[in-house]
Design a protein around this ligand. Sequence first.
Ligand code: HEC
Length: 119
Amino acid sequence: MFLRLMISAVVVVLIGPLVLAQTHTAVTKNGEKIFQQHCVGCHGASGDGLGPDIKELIVPPANFRAPKYRTKTDMDLYLAIKQGVLFSPMHGWADRLSDQEIRDVLIYIRSLAPFNPVG
Ligand code: HEC
């Protein structure tokens, strides 16, 4: 009995985030447009952090495809986009993008590099 409970707890912990990640609404054209317009210069078309504008940057842009970022939750990334990262060229976008636009661009990023809690 106890073992069964433990197993279902482990399953919930492991599978839960995957199920949540899949409840996303579909990638919108808008998300892609915002990414192309505002983010691609640093983060690159494939999200690998190798955009054309990074030569001058001291801090390299996030490579969304790396385990470090694929293991971050949507909320982590959402807040980083909204508020920015301290002491980094990644400034917040709250003054330029609406919450809906931030969600759209976040879903687009996840389509380039899906959430992977196992790394
Ligand atoms: C001027 C270059 C630049 C632009 C433009 C830019 N970023 Fe970034 N971004 C960065 C850098 C640099 C980091 C890494 C920050 C760090 O680790 O200190 C980063 C990190 C991030 C992260 C991960 C933050 C974390 O640590 O969890 C997200 C998500 C992100 N950017 C999304 C976006 C989105 C969406 C856009 C467009 C709306 C965008 N960025 C535009 C430079 C940029």
